[in-house]
Design a protein around this ligand. Sequence first.
Ligand code: GTP
Ligand code: MG
Length: 262
Amino acid sequence: MSSITAPDDEATDGADSVDVDATARGDDGSTDTDDEYTFDDLSVVMGTYNEEEAIATVLDDVERVTDGKAEVVCVDGSSDRTPEIARERGATVIEQEPQGYGVAVREAVLTPDRPVVVTTDCDDTYPMEALPEFLAEINDGADVVSGDRLYHGADAMPAFNRFGNHAFAALASVLMGERVHDTTTGMRAYRREVVQDIGWTENTGLSAELLIRPLMRGYDVREEPIEYAERLGETKLDPIEGGAAIAKSIATVCLEERLRRF
Ligand SMILES: Nc1nc2c(ncn2[C@@H]2O[C@H](COP(=O)(O)OP(=O)(O)OP(=O)(O)O)[C@@H](O)[C@H]2O)c(=O)[nH]1
Ligand SMILES: [Mg+2]
């Protein structure tokens, strides 16, 4: 696990956050201590847009790994059977006209009442087996835990996307003055206050924004290496148009956060 520290302009008056390795915890992501979060405190949220090939697998994985305790919220714009399959598996489905990744995921992260919110894509690329470790990091004090797909090489990712994702991380690192390794990952855990307290503006670039704004405001943001698998079903992202939108979001959000400090 790599930990990112950033000066806090408001909350901790310039103090650096502390890098503390996660202590050993049980497989359910909890410890014996009563005041720590368990899977009963977790919402797994996602945008879903014609993902009928993947949704059963993704939701079954969440159910299996969290012993049926995590709540699932899908913000859905599908014209196929995706929402029916989600409802059959007990997910809360919010219907929304398809308007892009960020519009769906913003609604998804703002919906839950539970204190820990995990985002994922509904395409079977992200390992739900990592949920216990993500929760353990939150219990260890992290505000945001960000799945780093590039750490293990991301061989399942198309080469063009892999190159782009390395470039986005390099761009964001330079503009923030903090090294990050994967800015566009879809799998993260957040304390609910973090997503509630920050105003989100980006669409295709929302994933980068969800990392950059908390980091530049001094929240405890940690990257956690994760495996990344080949996608089930069709991609919803045009790599060229989407890539340009993400680069623009990174530049805009970094600049806004720098200006906000003055
Ligand atoms: N509701 C809704 N969901 C969306 C929309 N666009 C994308 N999504 C969902 O957002 C998630 C991310 O989209 P992906 O197509 O996986 O994009 P990506 O991860 O950049 O591309 P891949 O590498 O192909 O996985 C998926 O679960 C999509 O179904 C949209 O307009 N509306
Ligand atoms: Mg995806």
